[in-house]
Ligand binder design. Structure first.
Ligand SMILES: [Zn+2]
Length: 221
């Protein structure tokens, strides 16, 4: 098969793309060096689960290469970055939580934002998370009902007000509520205002929310 060596070389050349974090060529979504840098942002096991309403399970700390990876996923049209991040979240979640069927619901973004971006990063993360964990997925469990002002411009109290009515029940649950409790899923957890508002919306409709899983959490203070 020696004569087909050139073909393999050509295929390899086509399949190699640039790592979106460091621009070096790699056959993977992220190069090995950047994968290692991301792993350094992983939270110690005892810090991943945080009590709250709803409780939050975070894979990493929102800094360094992990912060950079989330930024390219959201703002630089690199949807393929969702898979390795979701895989990390999924394997630590499986290791750290008792096995229980939970319907995974990604936190939606406003439809206009999704059109601009081409996708909702939480949808992609949730899809890959469910591929790894085999949990049922409800992509349209929630709907973003109102365009919210950019959260980072607001004080914590204003954030809550801004988000109080940000969600409504999505198409997936309107006719048929889920048969299991819900696990919300998002890329980042900051103040928890978004998660609280999403959970309250589901609870108002009698749907139990067991927690939220996120790729990264900002440090507490
Ligand atoms: Zn890289």
């Amino acid at each position: 098969m020696k004569s087909f060596g050139w073909l393999r070389e050509l295929a390899g050349f086509i399949l190699e793309a640039n790592c979106p974090l460091c621009q070096r060529s790699t056959p993977h979504e992220l190069c090995q060096d950047c994968q290692r840098r991301i792993l350094r942002c992983q939270l110690p096991e005892e810090d991943r689960l945080q009590a709250g309403q709803p409780p939050v399970f975070a894979w990493g700390s929102y800094r360094g290469a992990l912060k950079q990876a989330i930024a390219v996923l959201k703002y630089h049209n690199q949807p393929q970055v969702a898979r390795p991040l979701a895989q990390q979240l999924a394997s630590s979640w499986l290791a750290g939580n008792p096995p229980a069927p939970l319907t995974v619901v990604p936190i939606p973004i406003h439809v206009r934002k999704r059109q601009q971006r081409g996708y909702n990063q939480a949808d992609l993360l949730a899809k890959h998370f469910c591929e790894f964990t085999r949990q049922p997925l409800a992509l349209e469990g929630l709907e973003r009902s109102q365009e919210t002002v950019a959260q980072f411009t607001l004080s914590p109290a204003k954030r809550e007000q801004n988000l109080a009515r940000a969600f409504s029940l999505g198409k997936a649950f309107c006719n048929q509520p889920p048969s299991t409790p819900v696990l919300l899923l998002d890329d980042i957890y900051t103040t928890g205002a978004t998660a609280r508002s999403a959970a309250q919306t589901l609870r108002r409709h009698g749907i139990r929310v067991d927690g939220i899983a996120v790729v990264a959490r900002t440090s507490r203070d």
